[in-house]
Design a protein around this ligand. Structure first.
Ligand code: NAD
Length: 308
């Protein structure tokens, strides 16, 4: 299915910039709406079919002309970023999602909302299916992100029920790849930066906590499949292969040929112990599953200068 003109909120960020590129490749004109709080203009492709609107999505969004797709990704995703400005994070997740939905409703466009595996909190069910309601601490520091995303999901469902907005929710699990900022605090860019500098790789806690890591090229394919259909979701998008944080650290040391050691530091507050998506729904509804192994994904990321 072809879209004529898409709005990508958060288009200058890590995932958003890959989404902009993928849409442009398909012949869609793209408007990136971003206030560059964690994104960069350097992430954006130089293409005359790409327009940029510098705007905070917590303010109402208005655009002239037709829009047939909204990909709503604007929101800081790294804990380091979203904990720096807790109130703004809640405003972005809440008002920002409201304004993206209002835009889609006015333009009669399909909208895909980027939610997160964090809506499952520290899960008591494993792996996580979309039917699981989650185990989130509503007053912990990380709740500014988790609860805003949960509110965003509720709002999206309300728009669908009350106004018939063609909205779909995807719950994204940890994703990595080129264009993550070396200092954004997320695990892979941090490990790569430390390994390249020959510094110890800092593992929180004992490192037996697990993550499931999806390469950005796989993820973007999933996001576009969700755009191309009219499913409401939520649909988990992530790599079901579970690895411990310690294994990831060792792999990064090995692949970068670094001499770094591994150092254990304090565990983070409300950091989930285990995270792994059940992607049966994505397989069934979208015919989607990841194809890139962690080794291959890490190699691609280093080749394309994940950091520095
Ligand atoms: P990112 O921080 O690299 O990108 C976010 C982009 O949104 C940046 O360009 C930033 O400037 C912009 N932005 C943030 N708040 C804004 C606001 N109020 N108004 C306008 N622009 C704003 O993060 P990312 O990793 O690319 O994540 C993108 C989306 O995917 C987020 O919604 C995030 O919650 C979701 N997500 C990402 C992951 C992941 O592993 N990367 C996992 C789960 C969910």
């Amino acid at each position: 299915m072809g879209f004529e003109r898409a709005v990508v909120t958060g288009g200058a960020g890590f995932l958003g910039s890959h989404v902009c590129e993928a849409l442009l490749r398909r012949g869609t004109r793209v408007v990136c709406v971003d206030d560059f709080r964690t994104g960069s203009v350097d992430n954006l492709p130089d293409d005359p079919r790409l327009g940029v609107v510098t705007e905070d999505v917590a303010k109402p969004l208005d655009l002239l002309g037709n829009v047939d797709l909204v990909m709503h990704l604007a929101c800081p995703a790294s804990p380091l970023d979203y904990l720096r400005t807790p109130v703004d994070t809640l405003k972005t997740g809440g008002f920002g999602t409201l304004h993206a939905l209002e835009l889609a409703r006015r333009k009669d466009a399909r909208i895909v909302i980027a939610s997160t595996s964090e809506v499952y909190g520290d899960p008591l069910e494993h792996p996580q299916r979309e039917t699981y309601w989650g185990n989130v601490n509503p007053i912990g520091p990380r709740s500014v992100y988790d609860e805003a995303k949960r509110f965003g999901e509720a709002l999206t469902c309300a728009f669908r029920r009350e106004y018939g907005t063609d909205a779909g929710i995807v719950r994204i699990f940890n994703t990595y790849g080129a264009r993550m900022r070396p200092d954004d605090g997320r695990m892979i860019p941090t490990f790569v930066r430390q390994a390249r500098a020959g510094e110890p790789l800092t593992v929180h806690g004992d490192g037996t906590q697990t993550r499931s890591l999806c390469h950005v090229d796989d993820l973007v394919r999933g996001l576009l499949s969700m755009a191309d259909c009219d499913h409401a979701g939520p649909v988990n998008l992530g790599n079901p292969e579970e690895v411990t944080v310690l294994e990831v650290a060792r792999k990064v040391v090995e692949l970068t040929g670094s001499t770094s050691t591994i150092e254990h530091v304090d565990a983070m507050t409300d950091d989930p112990r285990r995270r792994r998506p059940d992607i049966s729904r994505a397989r069934e509804l979208l015919g989607w599953q990841p194809e890139i192994s962690l080794d291959e994904g890490l190699r691609r990321s280093f080749d394309r200068h994940l950091v520095g």
